[in-house]
Design a protein around this ligand. Structure first.
Ligand code: ADP
Ligand code: MG
Length: 293
């Protein structure tokens, strides 16, 4: 491999909106056969909005939004920001929590106006030994079957409601995934979100393999397991929770629209956050390296 040809490849990458850490990255890009895609912020825009507020019997909607919004206001998670924005639009002022704790990959908890409040995935409730009222469980399941994310709001020992947030699939994602297949890569969707929502998003963009409900610290293990099966793995992500997996992958690709942690861990950055640039990168590396051979 002549360094000059590799550098030409790197320069062409910049024109395509791909930032490459070093010329040697093209070499690993060429051999990739599996592409693991984070869902939120990678396949979807990650700009979520609250689309439904479902309360348990006797619970005031504004009270639910106020307490949940107050807590989520302290978190930078896309779900948290959607809930804080949604609450701000529907209630006058959000109180400042007396205490706040972020539970990575699970949700948030803290004390708001003397109430011990939790917002997050259903598994949080298991830790609190709380039961979901049947009407809330049904509403949550329906939202998830439609590809939306539903989080549970609980305070003072009872489940009080469900907030449904929706995220739009990027209009370039399905085409990018078709291009990965044409290049002989197997796409895999990897997410901390629930199984039903993940399956629905996967179906809409043409992905068959889905690994859902994965805790942030376990994303890297999924990559290691695929590598142990002999796969050469590219991973595309945007979040802090993707950084370790991006570093472990044979090729890590970060969304330029994502977090600094993801960009630092990756070999390659897709400047515009367009997944099609990942296919361009793989095509470019194959072309550049076959010119050299
Ligand atoms: P992803 O892999 O899609 O980026 P995360 O690992 O960040 O997802 O989160 C996994 C799940 O944990 C979310 O789908 C949500 O149910 C829950 N969750 C995480 N953070 C929060 C939060 N701040 N508020 C509510 N729910 C949260
Ligand atoms: Mg993400």
């Amino acid at each position: 491999a002549t360094p000059t040809a590799l550098l030409v490849g790197t320069g062409r990458g910049a024109q395509l909106g791909i930032l490459i850490k070093g010329p040697e990255v093209l070499e690993s890009t060429r051999k990739v056969d599996t592409i693991v895609l984070d869902k939120t912020g990678t396949v979807t825009t990650g700009r979520m909005t609250v689309v439904d507020v479902i309360t348990a019997e006797g619970v005031d909607r504004r009270e639910l939004l106020r307490l949940a919004g107050a807590l989520e206001n302290s978190s930078e998670h896309p779900i948290a920001q959607a809930i804080a924005r949604g609450a701000t639009g529907r209630v006058e002022t959000l109180p400042t929590p007396e205490s706040f704790q972020n539970l990575a990959g699970q949700g948030v908890q803290g004390v708001v106006e003397g109430h011990l409040v939790a917002v997050g995935r259903e598994s949080l409730l298991a830790e609190w030994a709380l039961a979901m009222p049947a009407e809330l469980a049904a509403a949550k399941a329906a939202a998830e079957a439609g590809g939306q994310t539903a989080v549970v709001v609980a305070w003072d020992g009872s489940v009080r409601g469900v907030l449904v947030v929706a995220d739009a699939i990027k209009d370039t994602s399905a085409e990018a995934i078709a291009q990965f297949r044409a290049l002989g890569l197997t796409p895999v969707l990897l997410t901390g979100d629930n199984q039903a929502a993940a399956k629905e998003v996967a179906a809409q963009v043409g992905i068959e393999e889905v690994i859902a409900e994965v805790m942030p610290e376990d994303k890297v293990r999924v990559v290691t397991e695929l590598q142990a099966q002999g796969k050469v793995v590219a991973m595309v992500g945007d979040g802090v929770n993707d950084a370790a997996a991006l570093a472990q992958a044979d090729l890590g690709l970060a969304m330029g629209t994502g977090t600094d942690a993801a960009i630092e861990a990756a070999d390659l950055t897709l400047v515009r956050g367009d997944l099609r640039a990942a296919a361009d990168a793989i095509r470019l590396s194959r072309k550049t390296l076959s010119t050299i051979k």
